[in-house]
Design a protein around this ligand. Structure first.
Ligand code: SF4
Length: 262
């Protein structure tokens, strides 16, 4: 059996093996619920700003201190790598595919550096601790780049956009966090994923998520309601058909019908 994996699916794995297994192996993803449109809108606008800088050969303000850097120039190629249905892609062993859509790239010392925009409601609680899901995502992008024979840098930039009230209007603060990237960590994650998927039994649910235990409680409550409803519903009377208006056929043939009336 072959699998289609992505950084977001592999991040699910870290939180809950069961959810990952159900999504990738049984094609039952978690319902997405109502997804706020603001981060998507922001993502599009940031990409547009970066593309304008690309065309002009300049750097956005938050990256201007990287004096030796420039934005990756090939817009057409970047558009493919940004596409959720195409992205950076690697066909691994046994038909498995890993793919991920990147936000942007800069070139520093002739190496490609992953740039990922993160729109958040508020800054990171601990500025020195980057959440594991952001790091994993970038480790995997580095691996994807290398599998496509790209000269990837061993670090990447996360750019956090957080809203702020300034002079009676909403503005966005931007903060760049540079993190070290590790191909072995990405490979470890992939190996872990394939081990979980090779199991024939459903893995245990993650500790943090309460959805599964809620679902089991809902199921128990529904059964109780169904049982009570069955007990309180008066038994239905047996089905009686209305009397037929058709004449009844004779039960036995008459002697006339046998031709011996005389
Ligand atoms: S515990 Fe949560 S994340 Fe895990 S399988 Fe259940 S719903 Fe999914």
């Amino acid at each position: 059996m072959s699998y289609k994996l992505s950084p977001s699916k592999l991040n699910t794995l870290v939180d809950c093996e069961r959810c990952f297994y159900l999504d990738v192996k049984e094609h039952i993803p978690l319902p997405r619920g109502h997804f706020p449109s603001l981060p998507c809108g922001m993502d599009q606008k940031i990409k547009k700003i970066y593309d304008e800088h690309r065309a002009a050969g300049t750097l956005p303000t938050e990256l201007a201190h990287f004096t030796e850097a420039r934005l990756f120039e090939n817009q057409k190629q970047l558009d493919i790598w940004r596409d959720n249905f195409l992205g950076l892609r690697w066909h691994g062993q046994h038909g498995n595919i890993l793919s991920g859509a990147i936000d942007d790239l800069i070139i520093e010392k002739e190496k490609l550096v992953i740039v990922d925009y993160k729109t958040r409601g508020w800054p990171l609680k601990d500025k020195n601790t980057i959440p594991h899901y952001y790091e994993n995502q970038l480790h995997l992008y580095k691996l994807l780049g290398e599998k496509n024979n790209l000269p990837m840098a061993d670090y990447g930039h996360l750019i956090f956009w957080t809203p702020d009230a300034q002079n009676g209007a909403i503005a966005f603060n931007r903060e760049v966090k540079t993190i070290a990237l590790s191909t072995p960590k990405a490979k470890e994650l992939l190996k872990y994923a394939l081990t979980v998927l090779s199991q024939d039994t459903l893995p245990k649910p993650g500790k943090e998520c309460q959805h599964c235990s809620r679902y089991r409680r809902v199921e128990r409550v529904m059964k109780c309601y169904e049982t009570r409803a069955a007990q309180t519903t008066p038994p239905k009377p047996p089905l009686t058909l209305p009397p037929s208006t058709e004449p009844h056929p004779p039960e036995h043939p008459t002697s006339t019908e046998h031709g011996n009336a005389a």
